[in-house]
Design a protein around this ligand. Structure first.
Ligand code: PEP
Ligand code: MG
Length: 311
């Protein structure tokens, strides 16, 4: 019955009582975006630009970047596309970004921190994004990874706005989740990256299978930070999405909606199962489940609490 419901689901994303939630796809290039068009994904919630350049020894030129970004904008013409600036470093080193040798790259110069360490890369990327937007008539939302301070968010927002693009930041470092209300005074939207948020909240390497139960997005401490971030968005009247793996878990996706997130972005292959699950529950059930998980002590209890309410 579940499989039939998933196959039948064609969007748009909403709860059974009609509360709209955009269900978007995570992509890494134009081909991926075109493939996502054959799913009910309403747009792109996370375009991981660094994945376009993992094999490069030298920085792609602005013209090359314009072509690559335009391909994604064209695939979702007139729809929402959220582009993430280069999240280089740690598990995704870019040879041209001059990463220093570090004892602990996950805590090192990665994501937005490259902007200070290797000046010019971010500016050229934003120039390319603005030119691709102009060429395709797109109005992309542009967000930075690994924001840890309000000042980083403010500086990034200024650079994005000066190019007439819509600025946001990822919330994947606990410090940014704790100060989400202040971050939101500078940017137009937030997107929660639950993969890194779990890693940094639990002090557990996301790449370590031995620690998988710690980096589980159902950890109540991680969910408490998600709830706090979503609440800050509701208060500010600004959209907060989730683009980490948590959004691909249909049960957890309903819990996130109950916390107040306005969009979910996941692998294109998971879009239909998330959308179908959400279409079977009410917004009130999602809110009850969100409340319930926050008073549990561990992931199994959180899952059980959500299941009891969401069926
Ligand atoms: C995340 O950290 O949850 C995220 C979406 O970014 P990435 O997985 O690319 O680090
Ligand atoms: Mg991340």
């Amino acid at each position: 019955a579940d499989r039939a419901r998933i196959a039948m689901w064609t969007g748009p994303g909403q709860t059974s009582d009609g509360h709209p939630i955009a269900i978007l796809a995570n992509v890494q290039d134009g081909a991926g975006a075109r493939a996502a068009r054959s799913t009910p994904a309403e747009g792109v919630g996370l375009f991981r630009t660094e994945l376009c350049f993992l094999d490069r020894d030298t920085e792609p030129t602005v013209d090359e970047q314009i072509d690559i970004y335009s391909a994604v904008f064209e695939a979702y013409q007139g729809r929402k596309v959220v582009l993430r600036t280069l999240d280089a470093g740690s598990d995704k080193p870019l040879r041209f970004a001059d990463h220093p040798d570090e004892h602990n790259p996950a805590l090192g110069v990665r994501g937005i921190r490259i902007a200070a360490a290797a000046p010019g890369i971010l500016e050229r990327q934003l120039d390319a994004v603005a030119a691709a937007a102009e060429r395709t008539g797109a109005r992309p939302w542009v967000m930075a990874p690994m924001i840890a301070t309000v000042a980083e968010a403010a500086a990034f927002a200024e650079q994005v706005r000066s190019r007439n693009l819509v600025p946001g930041v990822m919330i994947e470092v606990p410090s940014a989740a704790l100060l989400a209300d202040r971050v939101l005074t500078h940017v137009d939207f937030l997107s929660i990256g639950t993969n890194d948020l779990a890693q940094y909240t639990m002090a557990a390497d996301r790449m370590s299978p031995a620690l998988a139960s710690l980096t589980d997005a159902w950890q109540p401490a991680v969910l408490a930070l998600v709830a706090r971030t979503a609440e800050a968005g509701s208060v500010a009247g600004k959209p907060v999405g989730v683009c980490g793996e948590a959004a691909a878990d249909p049960l957890l996706a309903c819990v996130l909606v109950g916390m107040g997130v306005s969009s979910l972005s996941c692998a294109a292959s998971a879009v239909a199962s998330v959308g179908a699950r959400l279409s079977a529950v009410t917004a009130a059930q999602c809110q009850d489940a969100a409340q319930a998980v926050l008073s549990t002590d561990d992931p199994p209890a959180a899952r059980a609490a959500a299941s009891r309410i969401l069926g």
